[in-house]
Ligand binder design. Structure first.
Ligand code: SAJ
Length: 421
């Protein structure tokens, strides 16, 4: 059965670009989101998130009539669920547990409009077993339909997991070019998913089972987290030993089989700092290295803040006539990584907020990718050149391109990215 109408539930950083890609291939796409602002914005042909080139694709899809957004699901032939999978609230020291309530809500929302022949694909990054759990929620809600866990290949509704793996800032290109891992609950579920994704995916669609597909995504992000933790740990070791960690890494990386990542102020974003916990919470006894890597990366912002405190006392020693409240600190970069405007889960933002709080004098914030700073920070956003001219202490937090050509001379610098050393 072919896919005439495709519904994407959750129109965020993954769901909206995915919906737009199907629509750009002239499929009828119904996007569903509980956020009324997102629905209205998309229906005007605009976007509520920042992602290069996405605005043009959404605008064309909406004006040509292939994409519409709604608040309540409507019947379709395929449903892709791309909702958040955050942690549950937990006390400090506890292992964070994944919170599947948005997948549950999406399953319950689409259940009434499901019909025989439909396919439901979970795209959200999920702990192992979440796709089977989603199939259970759907089966509970629709006892008149059969599902793969009940009758295998003969199910009325097919179910699969196909994790998104695109890099923020490159989503439009990576959606088309990246390979996809597809884990159906049965072979038929996988094969039908491949047929659906082939609408726009030029990469290979590789078939496995749902649990492996879930674990593949968690493994990719945990691998990166562990590798970044290695770089961050090296940066703290080198600081003790008075060695330039960036020089060290670039020399070690000349070895043909070594490729160490870059240290920084910590790991941000909504994926790499989250997904490893989905493995650790299921298998705490086994996932010791993955756990430790999370701890190392999470400890880095505090290490940077301690370095800033030392810089303040160094400055006061060098300038005995000055007091702490006369010192100006500039923080360069607020985004969670270079050359984007996304401040979510950003270690740079967290460190800047903490500096504003602890420092008695003025703090300048420099972030060329945004036009206003979040309301909860009491500091001013200024230009790079003004910060370089006027600040006494310079805290380099994000290696945005704009920062690479201008550098403070003869000043105290806390450089977490090694671009001014
Ligand atoms: N970082 C470092 N040093 C490095 C590389 C990154 O400190 O050498 C930091 C960044 O500054 C940032 C964090 O790590 O704070 C994460 O950045 P990232 O570029 O590694 O990854 P994300 O979160 O933007 O996207 C990741 C990607 N996963 C992998 O590369 C394995 C992307 O492909 C996934 O689709 C995405 O997570 C996701 O949605 O899960």
């Amino acid at each position: 059965m072919s896919f005439e109408t495709i519904s994407v539930v959750g129109l965020g950083y993954i769901g909206l670009p995915t919906a737009a890609m199907f629509a750009s291939r002239k499929k009828k796409v119904i996007g569903v989101d509980v956020n009324q602002h997102a629905v209205e914005t998309i229906n005007r042909g605009e976007i509520h998130i920042v992602e290069p080139d996405l605005d043009m694709i959404v605008h064309a899809a909406v004006t040509e009539g292939y994409l519409k957004a709604v608040s309540t699901p409507e019947p379709a032939d395929a449903f892709l669920i791309a909702v958040p999978t955050p942690f549950k609230e937990c006390a400090g020291g506890e292992i964070p547990e994944p919170d599947l309530r948005f997948i549950e809500a999406a399953s319950k929302a689409i259940a009434p409009v499901l019909k025989k022949g439909d396919i439901v694909i979970l795209e959200s990054t999920s702990p192992v077993g979440a796709t089977e759990q989603m199939a259970e929620w759907l089966a509970e809600a629709r006892s008149d339909l059969t599902f793969p866990q009940m009758v295998g290949e003969n199910a009325d509704v097919n179910i699969a997991h196909c994790p998104e793996r695109v890099l923020p800032g490159h989503v439009v290109r990576e959606l088309v070019e990246n390979d996809r891992v597809i884990g159906g609950l049965t072979k038929k579920c996988s094969e039908r998913s491949v047929e659906l994704y082939k609408t726009f995916v030029q990469g290979e669609c590789v078939i496995t089972n749902a649990r492996t597909a879930e674990m593949v995504k968690l493994t990719e992000n945990s691998c990166r987290d562990v590798q970044i933790a290695f770089a961050n740990e090296l940066s703290m070791i080198c600081d003790e030993l008075n060695i330039n960690v960036w020089e060290l890494i670039s020399l070690a990386n000349r070895h043909p089989r070594i490729n160490i990542l870059q240290p920084g102020p910590g790991v941000g974003g909504h994926c790499i700092a989250v997904d490893p916990w989905f493995i650790v919470s299921k298998t705490p006894e086994q996932a010791k290295l993955i756990y430790q890597a999370r701890k190392v990366n999470d400890s880095k912002p505090k290490w940077v803040i301690d370095k800033v405190k030392i810089a303040i006392s160094d400055f006061l020693q060098e300038h005995p006539s000055r007091t702490a409240n006369s010192i100006t600190i500039a923080c360069y970069g607020l985004a969670f990584k270079a050359n984007i405007d996304d401040l979510r889960e950003s270690p740079a933002l967290m460190i800047s907020k903490e500096i504003v709080k602890l420092h008695q004098g003025q703090t300048f914030l420099v972030e060329p990718n945004i036009s206003s700073i979040p309301v909860d920070i009491d500091a001013s956003l200024i230009s790079i050149s003004k910060a370089i001219d006027e600040a006494d202490i310079h805290v380099m937090l994000v290696d945005h391109e704009e920062f690479k050509d201008q550098k403070p001379e003869n000043a105290i610098v806390v450089d977490t990215k090694g671009i001014w050393l």
